[in-house]
Design a protein around this ligand. Structure first.
Ligand code: ADP
Ligand code: MG
Length: 213
């Protein structure tokens, strides 16, 4: 929790001056002809911006508000948010959710962030397009399982333990914070996350969250 306070606090403090600097660089970019350096500066600034935004998505601890929620709705909302992005990437969502409502106790925005980060990774892993299968079911032990299966590049087995490690990324413009944030949020919900993957075939990510009592 202490780390949580620290990171979101620091992220806030960094982001405000960053916005000012970025504005000025953009202004110089228009007036000046030293475009080369401005581009470089803007790229670096954008990177810091992405990192701070990702850290901020953990949310302010004080703002955390848990509620009882039908998880199916949250999944459907998240999928809707990404529908344009997937169709532009030649990707299709295949949803399979149980008809009966499944209630969990959660912080809605945090959990939505988890789904977004996982689906974004799936999209980024599928350059050629394809299907992302998302399913929701009850498991036997008073929990529900949300699974995401892509047909992307996959992850070599020896790298699976590194997922969720801060700043671990194989992407040129990646931050390596997406899964770290997912792991933290899932832990805050007393849940767990599991990965299974095959290089050039795809990846399965399964999240288990306890049902509301
Ligand atoms: P980022 O997306 O910024 O790189 P993440 O924490 O979201 O950071 O993911 C860390 C790394 O895990 C990614 O760079 C990628 O190599 C790997 N990864 C995560 N999800 C998938 C996936 N569905 N398919 C292939 N690789 C993945
Ligand atoms: Mg990511």
């Amino acid at each position: 929790m202490a780390l949580h306070w620290l990171t979101t606090g620091v992220a806030h403090e960094i982001r405000n001056p960053l916005t000012t600097i970025k504005g000025f660089v953009q202004l110089y970019n228009q007036e000046d002809n030293s475009v080369e350096y401005s581009e470089l500066l803007l790229n670096e600034l954008e990177r810091i911006e992405t990192i701070t935004s990702e850290l901020l998505s953990l949310g302010k601890p004080l703002a955390i508000k848990r509620s009882r929620l039908n998880i199916r709705e949250l999944i459907e909302n998240t999928v809707d948010l990404l529908s344009l992005q997937v169709s532009m990437n030649n990707i299709q969502f295949i949803l399979s959710v149980e008809d009966s409502p499944i209630f969990i106790t959660c912080e809605k925005n945090q959990l939505k962030q988890v789904f977004l980060n996982i689906i974004k990774n799936a999209i980024e892993a599928m350059n050629e397009g394809g299907e992302i299968h998302i399913s929701l079911r009850k498991s036997s032990d008073d929990a529900c399982i949300i699974s995401f299966k892509d047909m992307g590049c996959g992850i070599p087995e020896e790298l699976l333990p590194r997922l969720g490690e801060p700043f671990y990324t194989l992407k040129e413009k990646g931050t390596g914070l997406g899964l770290m944030i997912c792991h933290k949020i899932i832990k805050l919900h007393s849940g767990s996350i599991f990965y299974q993957s095959k290089v050039n075939e795809g990846t399965l990510v399964e999240i288990s969250i306890p049902l509301a009592i």
